[in-house]
Design a binder for this molecule. Structure first.
Ligand code: SAM
Ligand code: DTB
Ligand code: SF4
Length: 333
């Protein structure tokens, strides 16, 4: 089997195995050992896994839109949209359907194949779910794949979104369980796992990843990947975000992650989740093109495409098209 690497399969300590399900396929120490490989060996393995499962020169393009910005009641330490942090961001109400559809059409015209709508909510209120469902129907009718990220969901809410034809639900685990309390206090790791269970049970595709560069250790990065890879089944889509530091958030001023460590994280995600779309997500605006190319070599095969993420900058679409062209890569459109 691809991941039976006996020489690194040492016994993990109890704390490393924290909260992994019994019979978990991936042990934290096996994943940590992947991180420890010489860089070239790790990238070679990741490329092998990548090529066994995908066309290595194709990148999927997802465009993000913040349909409800700011004023969020959660206290996520990285997030500019939390009402707990003073980042100068103006809170907005839920966008109107026509404006969302115009943005989706523009994304399609620029070559995106998936449109992801994000809302700064702890969880969607009843009065908000129906308008979002209308957005999902409308975006889908334009011929785009649909994804929403609305916070925690009840089983019945997930089912209603699935019934409306939603393709993906994004809900991130964000960090290893042992690091989680340092960044969020207003909801638990288990809350997130519960939402992911509801999303999976409703038959939706799961988009679930995390953030690195928050001051976590390498072992904690391995712990995050272990959680993701041991979801049964593992997520179809895995966004790996590099922290975008926003002034006014508690995590602003964190020591930035070594860029090669970010590439390693992508490679380890690729090896442990061979058939997932691994998305090189937030943080590209702060990376140069050589670093992004290394991420593609490590097995990233999806990006957020469009000039904005939710509230922060992303590379200009024309710049991304030029990069893909220079690399001889194409989009999945
Ligand atoms: N409110 C919903 C939730 O938290 O599930 C949906 C939107 S939330 C902004 C989606 C994800 O964006 C978070 O889980 C986090 O992984 C990512 N994110 C937020 N702020 C970020 C930042 N400054 N840098 C990198 N990723 C970030
Ligand atoms: C994900 O993992 N990253 C996206 C998407 N899912 C919703 C969000 C990134 C947000 C970066 C900070 C901002 O622009 O507000
Ligand atoms: Fe709210 Fe989501 Fe930001 Fe957390 S990550 S503060 S839940 S918008």
């Amino acid at each position: 089997m691809e991941h039976s690497i006996s020489f690194i399969d040492r016994k993990a300590t109890a704390s490393q195995q924290h909260a992994l399900p019994a019979g978990a396929e991936w042990r934290v120490d096996s994943i940590a050992a992947l991180f420890e490989l010489p860089f070239n060996d790790l990238l070679f393995r990741a490329q092998q896994v990548h090529r066994a499962n995908f066309d290595a020169n194709t990148v999927q393009l997802s465009t993000l839109l913040s349909i409800k910005t700011g004023g969020c009641e959660e206290d996520c330490g990285y997030c500019p949209q939390s009402a707990h942090h003073d980042t100068g961001l103006k809170a907005d109400k839920l966008m109107a359907l026509d404006d969302v559809l115009a943005a989706a059409q523009a994304a399609k015209d620029h070559g995106a194949t998936r449109f992801c709508m994000g809302a700064a909510w702890r969880s969607p209120k009843e009065r908000h779910l129906e308008p979002v469902i209308e957005m999902v129907r409308g975006v889908k009718a334009l011929g785009l794949e649909t994804c929403v990220t609305l916070g925690m969901l009840e089983a019945e809410q997930a089912q209603r979104l699935a019934d409306a034809g939603l393709d993906y639900y994004n809900h991130n685990l964000d960090s290893a369980p042992e690091f989680y309390d340092k960044i969020i206090t207003t909801r638990t790791y288990q809350d997130r796992l519960d939402t992911l269970g509801h999303v999976r049970d409703a038959g939706l595709h799961v988009c679930c990843g995390g953030i690195v560069g928050m001051g976590e250790s390498r072992l904690e990065r391995a712990g995050l990947i272990a959680q993701l890879a041991n979801l049964d089944p593992y997520p179809e889509s895995v966004p790996i975000n590099n922290l975008v530091q926003v002034e006014g958030t508690p995590l602003a001023g964190t020591e930035p992650l070594d860029p090669f460590e970010f590439v390693r994280t992508i490679a380890v995600a690729r090896i442990t989740m061979p058939k997932s779309m691994v998305r090189l997500s937030a943080g590209r605006e702060q990376m140069d093109e050589a670093l992004q190319s290394l991420c593609f070599l490590a097995g990233a095969n999806s990006i957020f495409y469009g000039d904005r993420l939710l509230t922060t900058a992303n590379p200009q679409a024309a710049k991304d098209r030029a990069l893909l062209e220079r690399l001889g890569m194409r989009s999945d459109a």
